[in-house]
Design a protein around this ligand. Structure first.
Ligand SMILES: *Cc1c(COP(=O)(O)O)cnc(C)c1O
Length: 397
């Protein structure tokens, strides 16, 4: 059994703060600064360029990819890290479209994160081959998987509501209709168990700065099903995805398997912080995290609904249909969230009216949940949010 008190003790959590935003940016693993310091001084400082060989920097993207693979139901050798999630979305989508060349429709849903949709739009423009992005309601995805569709581009957990798609069923349906699947695991990796191999998913991408606690701007990962890995022709054909980067050939030849999804120089320092975070993930399993997460989200919903009747649940009530976050609608949600943050409970706001709270068992326990609900009750029943200082929107909400 996971000792969640022990994992909690491995994070730096500011005194008096209840951090319910690990779904946006995970907290600092206490071991990360010393680990980065060692990499900077002992490796960068002392080894300089020889660090690429001596310190294993060049293998770091696949080595770290293998550690994430365990958390998303992939085998070692099928995941690689690098770039931001938006870039990985573009790469996966371009690869999937190239594998289904006779079809022109990309199917996504209105619960998808805008950057995924924007990247699809940009790719369609560059391809200039008559592709079209079709966006339907999350509940309508299954009905719209038709023989016209080339690829589905679906984020498994809706960033606003926390609604969870059925990856296995949708992937099976897609394959029945000759459709390839790109799954975005931004709000699933480290939040709910994922079984990419078992679901037979084609491509998957996700970020490491949310539930995985890799730090601000930590690089993203990409998974390619082994059956596609050698058939994929990367749209972003950078030198480190080349079969022989140091042969400096004039023309691109894709590297073996997942290696070809690398683009340029890996962010060694950021990957080092991520490795410190992954040490904590080694202390648990996704099934145990999921069981605890469901306990915490059920408790939060029960506490908030009994204390704050003015808030309406925006997340699915059935925990099996929900990721690891709970959202409520409130007209003045932005101001209410600012008032809550001022009192040490950190969630976030998503337009137009969503107050969002993430539950991360590695460092949030039942006590935190109850205290957060008490403070929220104070803010709501006493209209503490109704003050001018809470109504001016900052650049990041
Ligand atoms: C967080 C998130 C992103 C962010 O992409 P970056 O390129 O890392 O900024 C993209 N897509 C989804 C679904 C997200 O949740």
């Amino acid at each position: 059994m996971t000792d969640f008190a022990a994992t909690k003790a491995l994070f730096h959590l500011p005194e008096g703060m209840i951090y319910l935003d690990g779904n946006s940016l995970g907290p600092l693993p206490i071991a990360a600064p010393a680990r980065m310091q060692a990499t900077m001084q002992d490796e960068w400082g002392e080894m300089l360029i020889t660090g690429w060989n001596k310190a294993g920097w060049m293998e770091q993207p696949t080595r770290v990819g293998d550690r994430i693979a365990r958390l998303i139901g992939a085998k070692p050798g099928h995941v690689v890290i690098g770039d931001t999630l938006s870039i990985k979305v573009y790469q996966a989508l371009a690869s999937a479209l190239a594998l289904n060349p006779d079809r022109k429709v990309i199917l996504s849903d209105s619960g998808n994160f805008p950057s995924d949709l924007y990247m699809a739009e940009g790719l369609i423009k560059s391809l200039n081959a008559g592709h079209q992005l079709r966006i339907v309601a999350p509940e309508e995805v299954a009905n719209n998987i038709t023989e016209e569709v080339a690829v589905t581009l679906i984020t498994e957990v809706d960033y606003r509501t926390g609604r969870l798609h059925d990856m296995k069923a949708l992937t099976a349906l897609a394959h029945e209709k000759g459709v390839l699947t790109v799954w975005d695991l931004a709000h699933t990796a480290g939040a709910t168990p994922v079984d990419l191999a078992g679901a037979n998913a084609d491509f998957a991408v996700g970020c490491t700065y949310k539930y995985l606690n890799g730090g601000p701007g930590a690089p993203a990962f990409i998974y390619v099903a082994p059956r596609h890995a050698e058939a994929t022709s990367p749209a972003l054909s950078g030198w480190l995805g080349h079969d022989a980067p140091f042969a400096f050939e004039q023309s691109y030849r894709p590297g073996a398997g997942i290696e070809r999804m690398r683009v340029g120089t890996p962010p060694v320092l950021a990957l080092t912080a991520l490795e410190a975070a992954l040490d904590i993930w080694d202390m648990t399993t996704m099934d145990e995290v999921r069981a605890r997460s469901i306990e915490l989200t059920e408790l939060f919903i029960k506490e908030v609904e009994s204390r704050c009747p003015m808030l309406t649940l925006a997340s699915p009530r059935d925990p099996n249909m929900r990721g690891s976050q709970v959202s409520f609608h409130f007209n003045e949600g932005y101001a209410a969230m600012q008032a809550l943050i001022a009192r040490g409970v950190i969630g976030d706001f998503r337009a137009p009216d969503i107050m969002r709270f993430g539950f991360t068992p590695l460092f949030i326990d039942a006590d935190d949940v109850t205290r957060a609900a008490q403070i929220l009750e104070d803010v709501m029943t006493n209209n503490l949010w109704d003050a001018p200082e809470y109504k001016t929107r900052a650049r990041v909400t």
